[in-house]
Every structure is written in C-alpha cells, then in structure tokens.
Design a protein around this ligand. Structure first.
Ligand code: CDP
Ligand code: CDP
Length: 230
C-alpha cells in the first residue's frame, strides 16, 4: 500500500497556496492545515485586546490566554479557525488583520507558539500544510515540498477579486501595497524568513489554471509517494 506523506507549500502571498492545498487534500483525502490562519488569529487577538507586540513580556502573557483550534466544517469539508472557542474564519481574512499580521508573525515568541502546534499536527502524516516556513522549519523532512510563486500583478488581481466580492470599498492599490509590504517583511525578517527550501520544487502558476496546476502537482505527489513507499 502507498504511504501517506507530508506535503508543504510555501510562497508569496496570494499566489494560490491555499487553493492548491485544498485541492490536494480533497483529492488525496489528506488533512489541510492553513498555518497562516494561526498567525492571523493571534494578530486578531492582539488587536482586539490592544496587546503591544513589540514588548516581549506582553506577548508572552497574552499567548498564555490564546487557544487555537482547527474545527472541521461539514459545509466546506475543510476546517475553520477557532480562537478561544469562537469561529474567526471570516474575521481573520479582513484587511485590518492583513495589515498587521506580518509584523506579528515576525515576533519570535509568536512563531515558537505556532510552530510547536504545527509540528504536532504533522505527527500522523497525510497532511498538506501551507505557509512561509513549512518546508524550511516546520517539516524540514517533508517528502514533497512546493515553493509557489506568480507575477505580482496577477497575485494582486486574484486577491482583489476575492476581497472585492466581500467589500466593495477595497481598492486595487491598497491590495497591491499590502501584498508587497507583507512579502517584503516575510522575506526579510530575522526568524524563519520566507525562503525556498533547497529540495523544494518551484511552481510558478502565473499562467496555469486550477485544473492544469492540480494535474501537474498530482504527478509530483505520485512520484514522492512512490519514492517513499518501497
Ligand atoms: O493567504 P495569504 O498569502 O494572504 O497569507 P497567509 O498564508 O494567510 O499568511 C498571513 C501572514 O502570516 C503572512 O504574510 C506571514 O506574515 C505570516 N505567516 C508566516 O509568517 N508563516 C507561516 N507559516 C504562515 C504565515
Ligand atoms: O493561499 P494564497 O494566499 O497563496 O492564495 P489563495 O488564497 O489560494 O489564492 C488566491 C486566489 O487566486 C484565489 O481566488 C484562487 O482561486 C486564485 N488562483 C487562480 O486564479 N489561479 C491559480 N492557478 C491559483 C489561484
């Protein structure tokens, strides 16, 4: 029988990581874990409770009061992010959170808090996790690592469409600035910056539709599974 593997997907913001991860999870009957949702939920908590994340003692104290959980949603077939028993799946996608999340995610204590939980979730294999440091830090021994990218104008268009559907006030300029700022902070922070793992395969999906992308990656999954099943 074929072994289950760990698949990591890292890359820039809004290049389609979570879309691909969900496609794979459905097709393979794997668990999908959105590591970014954890950083977004911590950011939401810090904003709601006016925590000063530039002060270590404040961060350490606040993290003790944060309980994160992925709860399966039977409608979507995926999981929703719960922050202290409240479903925050929608709230964490808002611009207010997006504006601050990269600052919060650069804080060492926040990363230690999130990574420790992510490592535990990988214990059973059969998972797809997307983020920025999954192939480099969280699962350095993952059987299949993908590093995703796409042209910035295409990424801005994709994210703008999503946000505009929910909020007509949003401007394309605002979305562009947010993506560029987050990419810059994420790639240049001291701890676990966004990097392609040496053994990651690059997937530039600027000109790939969702079906073609899935077909291509399923081949990689098959190869990685075979290589680890003998
Ligand atoms: O979906 P999108 O690309 O907009 O971002 P996300 O995956 O929800 O992640 C939001 C932010 O969390 C990123 O811009 C990073 O600052 C941070 N993040 C991280 O530092 N490490 C991860 N493994 C995942 C996300
Ligand atoms: O998770 P990440 O922030 O990397 O991106 P996403 O939320 O999965 O994708 C952002 C948007 O790009 C979604 O609306 C996808 O449907 C779209 N997309 C696309 O149009 N073509 C692709 N090949 C991949 C994603």
């Amino acid at each position: 029988t074929l072994k289950k593997i760990i698949i990591t997907i890292d890359g820039y913001s809004s290049c389609g990581k979570s879309t691909l991860a969900k496609q794979l999870a459905r097709k393979l009957d794997y668990v999908y874990i959105d590591s970014g949702a954890m950083y977004r939920a911590v950011t939401l908590y810090f904003l709601q409770n006016r925590i000063d994340w530039t002060t270590t003692s404040a961060v350490v104290a606040a993290l003790k009061d944060i309980h994160l959980e992925f709860v399966p949603n039977s409608l979507t077939g995926m999981s929703d992010m719960y922050l202290n028993e409240e479903n925050v799946e929608h709230m964490i996608r808002e611009m207010l959170v997006a504006e601050k999340v990269s600052e919060v995610a650069a804080v060492k204590e926040v990363r230690d808090f999130a990574v420790a939980q992510q490592v535990k979730m990988g214990a059973r294999k059969g998972i797809v996790m997307d983020g920025r440091d999954i192939g480099t830090v969280v699962f350095p021994h993952a059987e299949l690592k993908i590093f995703m990218t796409a042209d910035i104008t295409i990424r801005v268009e994709r994210r703008f469409k999503e946000l505009y559907a929910k909020n007509k006030q949003i401007s394309i300029e605002e979305v562009k600035q947010n993506l560029e700022l987050r990419d810059y902070i994420d790639a240049n922070r001291e701890i676990s910056p966004l990097r392609k793992a040496e053994d990651a395969i690059i997937l530039d999906n600027s000109h790939l539709n969702l079906d073609d992308q899935l077909e291509l990656v399923m081949q990689w999954v098959e190869d990685a599974t075979m290589a680890h099943s003998s």
